[in-house]
Design a protein around this ligand. Structure first.
Ligand code: APR
Ligand code: ZN
Length: 234
């Protein structure tokens, strides 16, 4: 590990599962109870904004009753103690990485605690409901706020910054993602093409497992603290 300076870590819903936050695919996954096309596309929002806002209002409210788990805390420790560059690119829209203390976090699929005003295009920090909630704090418009979530068919945030980080990385780590959704699912292939070492930690083999030099199968709450200990001891 001594030759590792710069690390890019991709996280998915599996890192928040032990905190009680629902994943998308698999038993009790969010896509078991809702259809993507009803709640996670621009067309769905145009067709039934109240349904979409309620879906995200419920997920935002749920964040008040969950806590970061050992995996989030271990990544926050690595973020604080790692001497090289480190970037946590998360597909998750919860705030558990930040609440665990991680500082270098990039939400490529947006955040539940952000809202996007369609009147003034501002992204504003958001804690309450969108449906029937207060007006835009930036322009005062009412009823013009949408979830600041990257829906299917929309462009993820900060792709250039992610690509730059991958080009500088010595290690790419993927934690708790099924590898079902691009472009995130393609990061490991980019890393391999660039000669970056790759490690996966997941409850079960993912769709991208074949691309990883090493795959560790198990609970993120156990695997991630172990891995962070290894990195900080190296
Ligand atoms: N520890 C480690 N991995 C876990 C755990 C756990 N405790 N629990 C579940 N997992 C794994 C599952 O095995 C699965 O492979 O986490 C993965 C979660 O996969 P998904 O539910 O597909 O979530 P994710 O990969 O983050 O989805 C990607 O899809 O719906 C879109 O935008 C949404 O960001 C999301 C994207
Ligand atoms: Zn506004």
């Amino acid at each position: 590990m001594a030759d590792i300076q710069n690390i890019v870590i991709l996280t998915g819903a599996g890192i928040s599962a032990e905190s009680g936050v629902a994943t998308f695919r698999g038993p009790d996954g969010l896509w078991e109870g809702h259809r993507v096309e009803d709640v996670a596309t621009p067309e769905a929002f145009a067709r039934d904004p109240e349904l979409v806002q309620t879906f995200y209002d419920q997920r935002r409210a749920k964040l008040r009753s969950v806590e970061p788990n050992a995996a989030h805390r271990a990544l926050a420790r690595l973020d604080a103690e790692w001497p090289g560059e480190l970037l946590v690119v998360t597909q998750n829209v919860d705030d558990l990485h930040e609440r665990a203390g991680a500082g270098r976090v990039l939400h490529m699929h947006g955040e539940l605690k952000s809202a996007w005003c369609l009147a003034c295009d501002a992204r504003v920090r958001w804690e309450e409901n969108l449906l029937g909630g207060p007006p835009c704090p930036s322009c005062g418009a009412s009823g013009r706020l949408r979830p600041d979530i990257v829906w299917f068919g929309e462009m993820p945030y900060e792709m250039e910054r992610i690509e730059r980080a991958l080009h500088k990385a010595d290690l790419f780590v993927s934690i708790g993602t099924s590898g079902a959704v691009y472009p995130a699912a393609g990061f490991v292939q980019t890393a391999r093409y660039l000669g970056v070492r790759t490690l996966e930690m997941n409850l079960e083999p993912s769709q991208g497992s074949i691309f990883f030099h090493e795959s560790r199968v198990g609970l993120a709450g156990e695997l991630v603290p172990q891995w962070v200990e290894e990195m900080l001891a190296s």
